[in-house]
Design a protein around this ligand. Structure first.
Ligand SMILES: Cc1cc2nc3c(=O)[nH]c(=O)nc-3n(C[C@H](O)[C@H](O)[C@H](O)COP(=O)(O)OP(=O)(O)OC[C@H]3O[C@@H](n4cnc5c(N)ncnc54)[C@H](O)[C@@H]3O)c2cc1C
Length: 397
């Protein structure tokens, strides 16, 4: 049976996150947009809490449970999606600043061993893939990792790292064998304070200004051998699979961020239109709609599509279905339409949408990044096309 309603458990999560977002994040959204780089100390209450879910440790008997797979509508990914959307309705920059909820944490959850989960699970981890000469084509990264005795020695530069200043550790992508191409790329946990690991500077940004973004330089940076996530073996047939697995979980999460910001813009637009005397009557013949009503229904319809695609991708992840295509579809749609919806809100609101008295102009600035990081919209379309046409990354570039 097709059931598009949230389960009772998920609805409870949504309601409590909505209350939290309204009472804690929305009231300080403007403050930390203005005070760029300042840590929002109000978020300290989240320390030690697993707001964004996390991988549960395997217990004896879990393997048998997997065999008798039952459709799950209350798994970690769905719970996270609902949480992220509600929190981003409050403020996306603040969501990105919640302690211990970095993209590096998602990477650790996706591929870490039990011992690594024990060691790094409690740390706030950022994720460093992008380099000055490598962005969308992450297979071309130049940072190197060379094994020397019981240590890896890392050298390179990582730019635009979210939570750079505030995190405890960074999951750094580096190549152990440049000749092997993508298969040689591995991820390593580098803890703050490690000699040779330096935060160079923080960026000044258009949006998500509550979130700190910075550049790291790694110069003969030595880390323990066991800080490599996953296997050190270079399997040319497997290519990028290990590290790319993370994205199938994090892309729906970024889509959920876009959904939350877009929903904030839609809610604000509805409120202001109703105050201005518009009677939003859904039973009206489309031919009788005013241009403003038509635009508003366009915003709502796309928001619905964004949310459904995101929920599908997360549901598949919870049910251990391969969701590479669906994760990219959710990110492509939500990233792009998040920016269009927030722009439309400013357009319909006129001066209200341009004034710093309201958050509409901020949502327009904040939403842009959600179509950029974790793979730009264009890259998502490329992945979608490869999946549908059954072509490899070499065949379709
Ligand atoms: C605020 C912020 C936070 C970030 N946080 C992180 C982080 O925490 N960790 C991290 O590793 N990175 C992070 N990034 C980096 C981000 O992931 C990259 O900016 C993004 O992947 C794009 O890479 P690029 O900037 O090098 O653009 P490029 O790859 O140079 O792309 C430039 C343009 O060309 C397009 N393009 C590129 N290749 C193709 C193609 N094959 N087909 C069609 N179009 C193409 C792109 O879509 C884009 O529009 C962050 C960036 C910002 C701005």
């Amino acid at each position: 049976m097709l059931d598009l309603e949230y389960s009772e458990k998920l609805e409870k999560v949504r309601m409590s996150m909505n209350t939290l977002s309204k009472s804690m994040l929305r009231p300080i959204a403007r403050k930390y947009d203005e005070a760029e780089h300042e840590y929002p100390k109000e978020l300290d209450v989240f320390r030690g809490l697993s707001v964004m879910g996390g991988k549960k440790k395997k217990k004896d008997g879990d393997t048998d449970k997997k065999k008798e797979k039952v459709a799950s509508d209350t798994g970690t990914n769905l719970g996270t999606i609902v949480t992220v959307e509600e929190m981003c309705w409050g403020d996306v920059g603040l969501l990105l600043s919640i302690p211990n909820a970095g993209l590096g944490n998602a990477a650790i959850s996706a591929v870490a061993t039990e011992e690594q989960l024990e060691k790094f699970g409690g740390k706030w981890a950022a994720m460093a893939i992008t380099e000055p000469e490598s962005g969308s084509d992450s297979g071309s990264i130049c940072t190197t990792a060379v094994l020397d005795g019981d240590e890896w020695v890392l050298n390179g530069e990582k730019i635009f790292v979210t939570c750079a200043d505030r995190c405890d550790a960074v999951v750094v992508w580096a190549t152990v064998d440049k000749e092997a191409g993508k298969a040689g790329i591995k991820s390593f946990v580098v803890e703050k304070g490690t000699p040779g690991f330096k935060l160079e500077h923080l960026e000044h940004k258009l949006g998500i200004r509550a979130s700190d973004t910075g550049t790291f330089v790694l110069k003969d940076c030595r880390i323990p051998k066991e800080n490599l996530l996953g296997s050190s073996e270079v399997k040319k047939t497997e290519g990028f699979k290990g590290v790319m697995k993370t994205f199938d979980n994090t892309r729906p999460m970024v889509a959920a961020m876009a959904n939350g910001v877009a929903k904030a813009a839609v809610d604000f637009t509805r409120e202001k239109l109703e105050e201005a005397g518009y009677n939003l009557d859904y039973s009206k013949n489309p031919g009788n709609l005013s241009a403003v009503e038509k635009d508003f229904y366009w915003m709502e319809a796309h928001l619905d599509a964004m949310r459904l695609l995101t929920l599908r991708a997360a549901w598949m992840a919870d049910n251990e279905e391969f969701n590479n295509l669906e994760a990219s579809m959710s990110k492509a749609k939500a990233g792009r339409y998040g920016t269009l919806i927030t722009q439309k809100c400013c357009e319909l609101m006129g001066p209200l949408g341009y004034s710093r008295e309201n958050l509409a102009e901020k949502w327009m600035r904040d939403s842009k990044i959600l179509d950029i990081f974790e793979g730009t919209g264009q890259i998502q379309h490329l992945i979608i096309a490869r999946n549908i046409l059954n072509l490899s990354s070499k065949e379709l570039k």
